[in-house]
Unconditional design. Structure first.
Length: 112
């Protein structure tokens, strides 16, 4: 994940993040919901980034906020079929991938 300010972040990278996170979740819902006529549960993965702002990861934060809105909408649409739709919001874990991010992603970073 590229880390840079909104004005420095490329449109191409932003489009990729939105396509994977938002469109990927939407496509999953689009094709699984019709199969869930007898009830069930769908869990979408958002992030703590979907609950607050984090500097220098605008596309990621935007996509995770979108997943929460999409999950809420899908929950309302699926309720008559007794299908639950929820999202989980994990936070970052100190691992090699997170440490490799340009500029690092610290747990105690300035979060709005």
């Amino acid at each position: 994940m590229e880390r840079s300010s909104i004005e420095e972040f490329s449109e191409e990278e932003s489009d990729k993040v939105i396509a994977v996170n938002v469109k990927g979740t939407w496509l999953g819902l689009k094709y699984v919901l019709p199969q869930m006529n007898d009830g069930g549960s769908i869990i979408n993965t958002s992030s703590v980034a979907g609950l607050r702002g984090i500097p220098n990861v605008s596309a990621y934060v935007t996509s995770k906020h979108a997943i929460i809105g999409l999950t809420r909408t899908a929950a309302l649409e699926a309720a008559p079929r007794k299908t639950r739709v929820n999202s989980v919001h994990p936070s970052g874990v100190d691992n090699r991938m997170m440490r490799s991010l340009k500029g690092g992603l610290r747990q105690k970073e300035n979060i709005a």
